[in-house]
Design a protein around this ligand. Structure first.
Ligand code: PLP
Length: 306
């Protein structure tokens, strides 16, 4: 699915026409992957207004990722939040996906050089259901990947860091080539970590479990949203390590992420998940979509109206 061009992209403090938002071939991040990004969605709610979902938390995570990358973002959090709202408004988008990126530009290629400028950009474009509309409704097919989420001294799992996505891309490509929709990744000890770009939840006997924030996972904002919404629905949620074969005998499995939203998993490693019904996942989807694009106003503190 290609990206549909819009009018402008925010780059280093000002709006630049889409086609002019380019950089030099010797940009440091292009070579070594030291950079960080976010994925954020803006939705049109039932009352017609557009709101960016949990913008503050995404920008806080972007700044955390920059700290991990030893990069000083030359803007305040408020300025980057304002830039996100500005690209939605300027490009007249009622809903969209937002991609802030902080990276090292050109100037030097030494690994330890602090010379390359820290550059900041925010783009907005349309992005439909990441795992397909059908996936959202019927569930997706996953395989457990041979690619591992590395231990936290090899990979800074708490950051959304450009170069760290190599294993995610390789795992996802192999899954797609093999006829699956998504790859699930284990940690170095063999415990379930996450999807290539999603967190994972497992349901058994009415109890929902997800790996704890300290595991080899990104602390997803949709993960946090889902835990809160499930608890509000009276569902018990535990943050615990999950063994591989617990996936095979689960009643339900679902993935959460800004791109994937709340997507049920109907098959893992050629085994049907549970009885092929997802009552708890469906309930969570109902709550989630009511918050982001329905009439739920109890969670408006999560919305940044543009
Ligand atoms: C590796 C990984 N895990 C989990 C997630 C889900 O995080 P969030 O819900 O904040 O989008 C993402 C997407 O950002 C991701 O890339």
């Amino acid at each position: 699915m290609g990206i549909k061009k819009v009018e402008s992209i925010w780059v280093d403090g000002s709006l630049v026409p889409w086609d002019d938002a380019t950089d030099h071939m010797l940009a440091h991040t292009l070579h070594y992957g030291v950079g960080c990004f976010e994925g954020i969605r803006a939705y049109q709610r039932a009352d017609g207004r557009t709101a960016i979902f949990r913008l503050r938390e995404h920008i806080d995570r972007l700044f955390d990722s920059a700290i991990i990358c030893t990069m000083d973002i030359p803007f305040t959090r408020e300025q980057v939040m304002a830039a996100c709202a500005e690209v939605v408004r300027t490009n007249k988008m009622s809903f969209c996906y937002l991609r802030p990126l902080v990276y090292l530009g050109s100037g030097a290629l030494g690994l330890g050089s602090f010379e390359p400028p820290v550059r900041t950009m925010v783009a907005a474009f349309e992005w439909g259901a990441y795992l397909g509309d059908d996936g959202l409704k019927q569930g997706i097919k996953c395989l457990i990947s041979g690619f591992t989420r590395a231990n936290s001294n090899a990979v800074m799992n708490k950051g959304k860091i450009c170069g760290q996505y190599v294993t995610s891309v390789l795992a996802k490509r192999l899954a797609l080539k093999s006829g699956y929709d998504e790859a699930l990744m284990l940690d170095p000890q063999g415990y379930v970590a996450e999807g290539t770009g999603e967190n994972i939840f497992v349901v058994k006997n009415g109890i929902v479990r997800t790996p704890p924030a300290g595991a080899a996972i990104l602390a997803g904002i949709t993960r946090d949203t889902s835990i809160q919404l499930l608890r509000e629905r009276g569902v018990e949620v535990r943050e615990e390590m999950i063994a591989r074969d617990e996936l095979y005998v689960a009643d339900e499995v679902f993935l959460t992420g800004t791109a994937a939203e709340v997507t049920p998993v109907r098959e893992i490693d050629q085994r049907r998940v549970g009885r092929g019904e997802f009552p708890i996942t469906r309930g969570l989807q109902e709550s989630f979509f009511a918050v982001v694009k329905g009439g739920d106003t109890k969670h408006d503190h999560w919305l940044h109206f543009v």
